[in-house]
Design a protein around this ligand. Structure first.
Ligand SMILES: [Zn+2]
Length: 324
């Protein structure tokens, strides 16, 4: 019984230790006349542990306030990682390409060792602006800079001017291939691709790479240049997404497999009297189609004949380009 009463009183004391402490000689204990001393002892035991946690918390608070110090000191070190070999090599004598923070987006988008390629510096110190500036991995930016410096600058100088602006149609963009939702991540999403639309020259002229009116030889020279430097080249004729620009990237594939799909179309023909002589290659399927069209309707003849001058040389060149 004594233990039961002690537990009951003990619980009462636990519920209100402060009030119990304020009444060191409570009237009820005097009425019972039993072991008030023991009970007070238990009350004191309960009251004692209470202050203990506080000193324990106090030391903890001190390290908490002190901890922000050391991490803050470590952050500057982590924010300045060792520059990559590529970064060290891509100096301002080659390109104006400041580093930017790594990007780690959803779905694998982003990359490391990124730069903002603002301009390419030619050997004669003149700068070729990249408009707008392109977000690229350092290696891709270096490849673009080498391409402009080594191949395109001399090419445009041969035209009596010099390249002044590289028309950037698209660089880093977190998206699927050909902007198809759910498609495999584009190299653009990895900051490993650049879409080029044109070169603008210092004399005010512009060379649109997919413009049929630009001399064919010039476009073919650019084709050979990019296909030798980049693992993926997509232009007109590759699919319906690259009719107005050239896609370049450095995607790595097994056995260094490369893709070079850019059909350099002929200018739109002004006359077509000699075109039938080129027929033999494509003749069988086309003649059959033509005959069937002619049999169906006489009105179809003019429509069927007119497009041939364009499509015929184009398919011929498509075959040639596939060899690269
Ligand atoms: Zn592209």
């Amino acid at each position: 019984m004594v233990t039961v009463a002690a537990v009951v009183l003990w619980l009462g004391a636990a519920a209100g230790p402060v009030s119990a402490a304020r009444r060191p000689v409570p009237a009820p204990w005097d009425l019972f006349g039993r072991g008030p001393v023991k009970l007070r002892g238990t009350v004191h035991r309960l009251a004692i542990p209470l202050p203990r946690p506080r000193p324990a918390e106090a030391p903890k608070a001190e390290p908490d306030t002190a901890e922000p110090g050391p991490p803050a000191a470590e952050k500057p070190a982590s924010a300045a990682p060792t520059p990559s070999a590529c970064r060290l090599a891509l100096t301002e004598t080659i390109a104006i390409a400041p580093s930017i923070p790594d990007i780690h987006g959803a779905g694998g988008c982003g990359g490391e060792d990124l730069v903002r390629l603002e301009a390419i510096v030619l050997p004669d110190k003149r700068q070729v602006s990249v408009k707008p500036a392109a977000i690229l991995r350092c290696k891709m930016a270096t490849a673009i800079a080498d391409w402009i410096r080594t191949d395109i600058a001399p090419l445009t100088q041969g035209l009596g001017s010099t390249i002044d602006v590289l028309d950037n149609f698209d660089s880093f963009e977190c998206r699927g291939r050909n902007r198809i939702v759910g498609a495999q991540l584009s190299e653009h999403g990895r900051a490993n691709a650049l879409d080029v639309r044109a070169f603008k020259l210092a004399n005010g002229h512009s060379i649109s790479l997919t413009d049929r009116t630009v001399p064919r030889d010039l476009r073919e020279t650019v084709l050979h240049s990019v296909c030798a430097r980049f693992s993926t080249v997509l232009g007109p004729g590759s699919d319906w997404y690259h009719e107005d620009h050239i896609h370049l990237d450095l995607m790595e594939r097994r056995n260094d497999y490369r893709i070079c799909q850019w059909n350099v179309y002929d200018p739109l023909p002004q006359t077509a009297p000699l075109l039938p002589a080129e027929r033999p290659e494509e003749a069988p399927p086309r003649e059959v189609a033509e005959k069937s069209d002619a049999a169906k309707s006489d009105a179809a003849k003019p429509d069927a004949v007119e497009p041939e001058p364009q499509s015929k040389p184009a398919t011929k060149k498509r075959r040639q380009n596939r060899r690269f």
